[in-house]
Design a protein around this ligand. Sequence first.
Ligand code: MG
Length: 249
Amino acid sequence: MKRVRFRDPAGSIRTGVLEDDGTPPRIRFGNQDYEFRSEDIDILPPCEPSKIVCIGRNYADHAAEMGSDVPDRPLLFLKPPNTVASHGDVVTLPAGKERIDHEAELGVVIGEQCRHVEEADAMDVVAGFTCVNDLSNRDDQRQEQNWVRGKAFDGAAPIGPVLATPDEVPDDAAVRSRVNGDLKQDGARSQLIFTVPELVAEITTYLTLEPGDVIATGTPEGVGPLADGDHVEIEVEGVGTLEHSVRLP
Ligand code: MG
């Protein structure tokens, strides 16, 4: 099942089920039915994270393209709630930077408050999966330890368009990005160095995850810079495609 949060024509926030086997895709909410992407509704992020826990260098080919080694334990950093952006948004990027990259990622949405979760139980606390673009301001990321300017600027985490339950997303699900229609990244969940259960166990050793929190599991090779007006698509097989554009002020 694919769940969509959206704002209906009356302005109320609803959670419906995406029926994407027809054209156009529809959102079912009770006995009402809305066209996905119609002008009447706004697609919202499928969850409201208190934090996004991001994983650095979790694909060997991406670590190599960044000139880095694969870490011996998951490399963790945070994106706070101000970074969340929606499917269909225009994200305003920080001004005056040489290089702000797209990073296509499988997002794990947490379903219940949890701490000290064992790997074997990790999928019990996972509500499902979504797409994340871990927008990355390399100019500042290279200069700072904690990546606040580099990774936590407003709108730096477009999320969506749906929350797909775990049964929808294959173990080798493709993780892709396109910019203006050109394929840039084409990886797979099966290439993750640290798996989803390993990440849940490691993160909850140190901190409590809340319902709606997101783990952004890292990006495959092919990251690259965005320019004013670019249209970005982040696809995770089984979830769908998150679309947004960017502008430079
Ligand atoms: Mg990333």
